[in-house]
Design a protein around this ligand. Structure first.
Ligand SMILES: [Zn+2]
Length: 339
């Protein structure tokens, strides 16, 4: 729902992790070592290893570009990689012989793209989360996801695999496949296949601008418009002006499937009632009055509105506080803000 980004510095740090020896000029040496082990120990996975080789030949050596695309590619790279990779590994649950033992294909792939090791060694999860400074879950915008370290113990967001690692194990440590998010979203999404059922991809989609929350009366009872009662539901609908309304509606439906987003937002009705009541009491003339009475406190009328509603209003700040997007949409619906 809310767009996030990764700094160049973090990308460099991330690359270092896969270049095992500091003085080594070769890149991605760690991945190459693991690929070589797989080729040596598992006859049935040679076709998988060949994918990473120049001219598809084991003896030609590895193609850095192929490895880089997996580790640092974005969603269009993932889509291409999935298309190219899937015929090579049709069944990830199939057991194959690895060094004499029977193990699942997905586990062989995890030896190369080892998320468990990746997240443990160098406390990468903490470093990644701390540098990204994603303070609110980008999927739901309902939970804080601060990162802190106290006496060696850390609290941080979880990392969701945007394309699930159970279905696409070769994307298990792909930087742009890792989305810092709240534990509720991570658990709820699980193995939901975002490849087939699109949701907003937080590294590219400013999803929150494409749909809006809106109240809808139950039984044509509009009393809640006066701040009375709770006979309304909270709907998620495509925003005015979006070109592909059908596509956005499908994403909204998928957000319900993956995160139960609409159902969860309907648990915030009490919060919405407070916004509605606040919008009745603090109408335009009240805001004007505060603006002229307290010029030393507020720099703009926007700041007054944000103080009254205890949240950030405009899209650029939606990632700063939970429910900021909901607050914006309801304030707009009830005429407190115009855009
Ligand atoms: Zn969340």
């Amino acid at each position: 729902m809310i767009k996030i980004s990764i700094s160049e510095r973090l990308k460099e740090k991330y690359k270092e992790y896969f270049n095992k020896y500091k003085n080594e000029t070769d890149t991605y040496i760690k991945i190459k070592e693991e690929l070589t082990k797989v080729a040596k120990n598992c006859e049935e996975m040679k076709n998988f290893v060949r994918y990473f080789c120049k001219d598809n030949k084991l003896k030609s050596g590895y193609d850095n570009k192929k490895i880089e695309d997996i580790l640092l590619g974005k969603i269009e790279d993932f889509n291409r990689i999935i298309k190219e990779m899937e015929p090579r590994i049709p069944n990830k649950n199939k057991k194959v012989k690895y060094n004499g033992k029977e193990i699942k294909v997905s586990e062989v792939i995890f030896k190369v793209f080892n998320y468990t090791e990746f997240s443990k060694i160098h406390k990468f999860g903490y470093t990644f989360a701390d540098e990204m400074k994603v303070d609110v879950c980008p999927y739901c915008n309902r939970q804080y996801t601060f990162t802190v370290k106290v006496k060696g113990k850390t609290v941080r967001p979880q990392f969701d695999h945007y394309y699930p690692k159970g279905l696409y194990p070769y994307l298990a440590v792909s930087l742009y496949n890792l989305v810092p998010c709240c534990s509720i979203c991570n658990q709820s999404k699980g193995e939901f296949n975002t490849k087939d059922k699109h949701i907003f991809y937080p590294y590219e989609d400013d999803g929150g601008k494409k749909f809006k929350f809106q109240t809808k009366p139950q039984d044509d009872d509009f009393d809640y418009f006066m701040g009375l009662g709770d006979k309304f539901n909270i709907e998620l609908i495509p925003n005015e002006g979006v070109e592909n309304k059908k596509e956005i509606q499908a994403i909204i439906d998928n957000l319900e499937d993956a995160f139960k987003l609409k159902s969860l937002y309907n648990k915030h009705k009490e919060y919405v009632i407070h916004i509605i009541r606040n919008s009745i009491v603090n109408n335009e003339s009240r805001i004007e009055e505060l603006w002229s009475n307290y010029p030393e406190i507020f720099d703009s009328k926007q700041e007054i509105i944000e103080a009254i509603f205890m949240n950030y209003i405009y899209p650029k700040d939606w990632g700063k506080r939970p429910l900021a997007k909901l607050t914006h949409d309801i304030c707009k619906e009830f005429g407190i803000i115009s855009k």
